[in-house]
Design a protein around this ligand. Structure first.
Ligand SMILES: C[S@@+](CC[C@H](N)C(=O)[O-])C[C@H]1O[C@@H](n2cnc3c(N)ncnc32)[C@H](O)[C@@H]1O
Length: 273
């Protein structure tokens, strides 16, 4: 049976989509992470690592760093361990634990990254408290996540996509997730006593990158599980979406723009010396 803490993320953690999603924006994300202070050689904590696509990208971008990647879902840690086998244990450690309560030692990390995790957390405050314990004094947490009211733009087709997303996000909320987490990130960091807060948006679009890298997120197969889920979509709605998708991918006017929010904060330096 699925761990109750994972029912939201189980809706939105298809590895094929996560892979496409990680690669489409990584170039911009890594620039922002560097701007926020992430440097090669730092000890990095990745919260909610999923199948390890971002872990791999982090290793490529920061080859002198040591990474610890945490995910509660055993299916995800297994995929991550397979993907990163050649780097374990000298470069990467993968733990199957909750980000709200880990076995890791106090003040072990220079930089923590949580990507697409916070939208799934029923109690984000607990993960913030735990991350604060794990960061060295002066260490930084960067959270990349969505806000469904500002997810992006689709033009040139796919009118039914909004129906699918409304149902999906409704189910996510019912399962303890928060599809509007983007607007909450600053306050959450502030209330957890992080300082030097920042909030940025990363924007990617198909005129620059082509349609192809975005398509795994929109492929009808990704939404097929909604057919058998209460509160999901009917066969008729799904078939309609599939027809729209087939037209969209051949349309000359098809356009996708996608937005991710990145909030960051620093753990206050220890001044009690
Ligand atoms: C949407 S995936 C994102 C994976 C990866 N960060 C990425 O950007 O590709 C969210 C991940 O968070 C994990 N997760 C959800 N709640 C968690 C928790 N309380 N503790 C640890 N991992 C959790 C899920 O198992 C899932 O792998």
């Amino acid at each position: 049976m699925t761990d109750a803490r994972l029912t939201s993320s189980k809706l939105l953690s298809d590895p094929q989509w996560l892979s496409a999603q990680a690669h489409v924006s990584w170039g911009k994300e890594v620039q922002l992470l560097k701007h926020l202070g992430l440097q090669d050689g730092m000890s990095i904590l990745e919260l909610g690592c999923g199948p390890g696509f971002v872990t791999e990208l982090l290793l490529d971008s920061f080859p002198a760093s040591k990474l610890t990647a945490v995910d509660l879902d055993p299916a995800m840690t297994e995929l991550a361990r397979k993907r990163l086998a050649k780097h374990i244990p000298h470069k990467v450690e993968i733990l199957q634990e909750s980000t709200g309560s880990t076995s890791l030692a106090d003040e072990s990390f220079d930089f923590a990254i949580a990507r697409y995790l916070f939208q799934h957390l029923g109690a984000p405050e607990t993960t913030l408290e735990e991350t604060s314990r794990l960061l060295k004094s002066g260490g930084t947490l960067a959270i990349a996540d969505i806000d469904d009211d500002l997810g992006g733009i689709i033009d040139g087709g796919l009118p039914s996509f909004s129906t699918l997303m409304n149902r999906l996000r409704g189910l996510q909320s019912k399962r303890g997730g928060n599809p509007h987490i983007g607007r909450k990130l600053w306050r959450l960091l502030r209330d957890a006593r992080f300082e030097r807060l920042t909030l940025d948006a990363i924007l990617t679009h198909s005129d620059e990158l082509g349609l192809e890298p975005f398509l795994p997120q929109y492929h009808p197969d990704r939404y097929q599980s909604l057919l058998s889920t209460e509160g999901g979509v009917s066969q008729e709605e799904w078939e309609q979406y599939r027809r729209e998708y087939d037209l969209f991918i051949t349309s000359k006017t098809a356009y996708i723009m996608s937005l991710i929010f990145v909030a960051s904060g620093r753990k206050p330096p220890n001044t009690s010396a």
